[in-house]
Design a protein around this ligand. Sequence first.
Ligand code: ADP
Ligand code: MG
Length: 702
Amino acid sequence: MSSKDNKLPDNKKNQAAVSFINSSISKLSGIGEKSLPLFNRLKINTVKDVIFSFPYRYEVIMPGNSDEKSVLTGTYEGSGIVRTHKGKSIFKAVFKSSNGFFSCLWVNFNANYPASLLHTGAVYYMYGPVTKFEGIPAIFHPEIINKDDIGHVRSVYTIPVSFSIVKYRKAVKEAFDYGLKEINETLPVYILDKYNFPDIKDAVKTLHYPETKANVESIINRTHPAYKRFIYDELFYLQLVMQLKRKTYTKGIGIKFNIDKEYLEEINKFMPFKLTKAQKKVLLDIFNDMVKNRQMNRLVQGDVGSGKTIIAFISAAVAVHNGYQVVILAPTEVLAEQHYNNAKKFFDNLNINTYLLTGSVTKKNKDIIKNMLSSGDINVIIGTHALIEEDVEFKNLGFIIADEQHRFGVHQRKILIDKGYHPDILLMTATPIPRTLAMTLYGDLDVSIIDEMPPGRIPCITKAYKASQLTKAFEFVEEILNDNKKAYFVYPLIDESDKLELKAATQSYEEVKKYFHNKKAGLLHGKMKADEKRQLLHDFKYGDIDILVSTTVIEVGVDVPEATVMLIENAERFGLSQLHQLRGRVGRNDMQSYCLLIASDKIGENGEKRIKAMLEYKDGFKLAEADLELRGQGDFFGTKQSGMPDLHFADIIKDIKIIQQAKNDAADILEDDNDLSSEKNQVLYNRLKEMYKDSTSYFGIG
Ligand code: ADP
Ligand code: MG
């Protein structure tokens, strides 16, 4: 602090320390300490938050009987208490207007309120939804407004229910009047000019105080430049950050692998099948990355059953052949084990030493494995994502394969780099996501898509039943089981405690056993121990279990060729991508497979649409798009797709054009000024610093 600051009176000193917009909302008149927690719950903490919490709708007060709410104007004549036939007391005030009489009614009233507000002979403007009471127009709990309010736009905000909107509007006005000058522009001038966007102060003003009905309309339909500016802002920074991250991963340091043709021929000898064209194309993308002297960051998207595993194994073998160690990460222990079993078969032929490291491995064995990893005796280690965070040291880690890209992010990369490794990274996802979303989310990755299924697959036949037709569905399954096939029965929950009273897997298990009394059924659920699960899956795959009754633990990846039936109860409770994943468990060979969707008889409109989409589409990408449209982006991200920042303005379905523009702009800017150090990009640098604070070093502008 300079000596000048020290001479400031104490109260001024505090003001100098924290700017007005960054101070607590309790600085605003009308918002006391008591309401703070209520606002904090709405994520409104500072004056700045008030300024950036825009109205969710606007109302224009019109005289007469227009919209659902209107203004009745009249002279106050007098009041009285009336009793309804149910014995309730109501305060009734009567007014005389040019059209006759109307009344205003208060169910909640006391000795003062509203009586003290009303003066005989004065003119009042009463606002609210107009109904009839005792044969004349009436408004219950009207808002008493000023004449000046009529015809003006008023903003409606999301605020705590117990808080008065009138008081809040005053607080907004205060925040706006005194705080606006402290708001910094977030976009460079050349971007504002390019799109004719208003500057940020102007845009803030328009959204709080649109003034004209035309402005209100264009804000509501998202075409007003002030609104578009904020859509762009959100999408642009998302793109900018992702492209910066991508630049840091791909900067210099990386392993230059050699792709040895002879070795590929060696691998080929042990291939159980010929690769599809799509698989070859993706493998080529991977090889092209591997030979480069930079870190690979590639995401392979492919529908369930499209054959991603073999791609992973071949590239892993190539990395091992180059003298490096490989990590394969799976999202769950069950899947890690399954990968391990498949991998071992494949890698043993090639003299590649493969081990499994999960939570269920004993401490003693863990230590042995860790030693072998640091000495380089293990070539390929398979485990869950926790593997990265453990105190594992490698001799020469060069390649990482991870299932489910969302759990493998910046943080994991940083751990690796801090340990001194710069492996190539190959991400796999079995959850196809809509292309618009991919563009928004994966700006930092190269993406390859396997868009073709292995040959000889017979498309799965999907059928829908109502719960009341369950026996019919069972009869159908019975016939198939008699043909020596196996079936999955999936239920959404494990026990009956859930309020929704979903049919529970445990209870259903009993019913299934009763109906299919000459078949053998097993129950798989999330609360079982890992080795119990393993035994059960083994018995289903190789042994005498015909029906695997399960909660959704089998959702991803489990591969049992003889299973040709997937029966899903309470199907309306599952999301589309989940249903699609489940359906992908069957039909992994040349036998006809079936997916039976059993939905509750009282299925809602949305559930009905989801079932219909399942009947109509086989393609995971199409289904993902349908899903996004049905659920809307909030819900879509709320569940599975973590890693997506909250979007307040942008809509990734509607704003595809702006996404594209933002993406191109971000690329051009970084091409020209890769660390945002030039004067004209100062705004961008400062904003990123503010948004990401210390983590900016993750994307190289720290
Ligand atoms: P996912 O993409 O869901 O991981 P998998 O890799 O498990 O799919 O492959 C699904 C099934 O298809 C496996 O049984 C696998 O052996 C088989 N498969 C993969 N590629 C081919 C191919 N090119 N030809 C024939 N079968 C294949
Ligand atoms: Mg490389």
